[in-house]
Design a protein. Sequence first.
Length: 415
Amino acid sequence: MPLDPRRTVDELRELRELTGNEDGAQRVAWTETWAKARDWLRGKLDGVGAEETIDAAGNQWFTLAGDSERALLLGGHIDSVPNGGWLDGCLNVLAGVEVLRRIASEGRPPVTVRLVNWADEEGARFGRSLFGSSAAAGSMADQAELRQRRDANGIALPDALAEHGVDLDRALDARAELKSAAAYLELHIEQGPVLESMGIPLGVVLGTFGVERHQVTFRGQAAHAGSTPMDKRRDALGAAAKLALEIREIAKRTGDGAVCTMGSVVTKPGIVTSVVETAECLLDQRQLDAGKLAAMLAEAKEAGERFAGEEDVTVEWERVWAIEPILFDEELVELADSAVRQVAETSHRLPSGPLHDAAEVARAGVPTVMLFVQSLRGLSHTKLEDTKPEHLELSVEALDRLASKTIDRLADPSG
């Protein structure tokens, strides 16, 4: 069976009709619609010769046995955010289906090939992203917290998992699935504007950004807005505003894709007749290089102290969350770049700001790489998410070329 990228586009549209509505995709993990999508996926692989299994974390595996137990993994996730786009996650899976069909049609492969549909990448229902892949990677260390999580209707996460045959206490048993993994490949829409702005359909992902997320609290003094002279004020919002502007300059100076975002500022007392006493800010900083990320944080802290002094207020920093940068395998990056150039003539290497299951697999020590395909207007997590059909087809071809190159490398005794 020759590769048929058009079939992938048709199947993406079919899935959209099956599990979406006028507001977009509704395949939120641990729901009936998500289960329907998994059943539908199972049907698409009937007759291919791949054995389906569900691991302890709910990840759905399709294994095509090869001459060697060393396994090439192709991965993605079929779950979506509420009112999501028609491509985020499911493109990865359905492109993998088409590649698996092509490989199976040529006889027994020299290495085992496995397609994985990761469970709950988005974390849309319970706020815990990368559930299935972090369990398989062995990096899930928050099960005590997970037992306490509730959705908007008050349903506990362990109860929702149990409805789909998953026992939270056994989820880490999924680590056994990566024992034979020799390489992991993932295709994804970019979810950003870089490739479109360059006029390039495909790119190769160097890794996923590290993240430093902090709550920054400036404390001044509430005072009457009408009677307090400007030079006598201790305005917490004044210092916060200066920092909000300075972090943009920090990102510019750092370069290499660095981003800084002040995504929330809550002021107290929060009335128009009072100088702001307290400004609580949420700051998010991301960069692919760990040293540069640390330097960005140090610059932001220094600036915060300086602006606090200028406004005669105090400042406190509290880390909310942090994750180290994940760099992808250099040899696979080279193979991916070659595959992209073969189908699209040109390529571009770029980091990923959003997190992906691929980062968890790489964290577990499995050589990993991702491909990006252009996103129109850079939009994702919305029904407006889109990619040109011809670019989707190119992305399937590129993934297939990359899979072939990787299989050859894994099958080579010297490789």
